[in-house]
Design a binder for this molecule. Sequence first.
Ligand SMILES: *Cc1c(COP(=O)(O)O)cnc(C)c1O
Length: 458
Amino acid sequence: MKYISTRNNSKEYSFEQVFIKGLADDGGLFVPKEVKKYSTKKIHALSKLSYQNLAKEIIYPFIGDFMTVNELSDIVDKSYSVFRKDNVIDLIKLGDTFILELFHGPTLAFKDIAMQLLGNFYEHYLKKNNKDINVVVATSGDTGAAAIDAIKGKKNMNIFVLHPHEKVSLVQRKLMSTVKEKNVFNIAIEGNFDDCQNLVKSMFADKEFSNSINMSGVNSINWARIIAQTVYYFYTYFQVHDKSPINFSVPTGNFGDVYAGYLSKKMGLPINKFIVATNKNDILHRAISNGNYEAESVSQTNTPSMDIQIASNFERLIYDLNNCDDNETKKIMHGIKENGKYTIPRDKIAKINKDFLSASMSEKEILDTIKEVQAKYDTILDPHTAIGFGSLDKVNLEGNNIVLATAHPCKFPEAIDKSIGIKPDLPGELRYIMDEKENYDIISNNLSKTQQYIKEKI
Ligand SMILES: *Cc1c(COP(=O)(O)O)cnc(C)c1O
């Protein structure tokens, strides 16, 4: 498959370039030159597969120039052997609502599902190419842990994770800072997640720096993550499919996970709607409901993984909305950079609403939802998942509604405690991290200091 940038669709890239670079040199995001629709017959055939075999079938056409079918097959099996469920995910029902549990990987959030694959993709790449690389990634809490687990101990690579100092949960931080492997470096930035993300973007843009360290990124714009995430939309669709429409409610920050769902729909999976569920950092809700895409300052909430104002993957949707017009996309993105906002025209909002609806949940609503669900179903939802669950009431759609459970509740004991007075336990095999020595360095929100730190470590 050939890829292009949303800001210049005449230059082609291979999957390997897309995977290693993350972001195009022109600042645009990589997308396939063309997404082929599966036939109904093909979709039917896919519906019979195990999670792992489905992943192989779906992912291979996107990466065919990077490895053989057999190599992918081995990587998928190896990546998913570390999950606590044979089928990777679990699907449960609370009343009429399905809960898609995506948190059975090593670091208890859905990010493991893509990241375990990426770690093994890097290993494959480094075996083929005699190189050293340094992965640098910003995290609002979950990406960092998932990336560290996927990359720790791998040869010829280091990982540097920037998290916002004192703005991730204790369990999130411990999952990152207690890892002992020598190729793992944790940096606490004195700022918020957007500051961390901006530092990483600036490091990439500084060609002299990024080339000198062979920098690579695994943030949520990395296309490899998106394709890995489409798999569970297919798998779940096949499990709940009857005659009614199927809707997915997706706790959203950077618009990566829900974009993967939208991609599965573009590939022919007949999903009705995606609900973009946000916390009070609601830029996407404002954009989707009334066209007001305008960054405000980020507030810290009980759902740190969604405390984001700049939803990086949204550019991919903007590109589609403008009928793949790269110049128009570039103009809009430059406008957003200059003015901090983009007013989406009415006709384009209508186009968005064919696939996406949205909702926003206040802090109180999130805690109340956790409480109600626990009282009614004796099940504890993590606060991010509670946003997905509560948003369903706000949009009120007919059919089979599926909420993506993006994290295990034990990752956010402080929030759960505030809601129901219980601190859920970590799974047994992870309890040791709470007493382990932590390793991380605190750095001010400063580009050259961060670059200097990385240079000194490698
Ligand atoms: C990352 C994350 C999200 C947001 O996902 P995006 O792909 O950034 O929209 C939601 N919930 C949890 C628990 C996460 O870790």
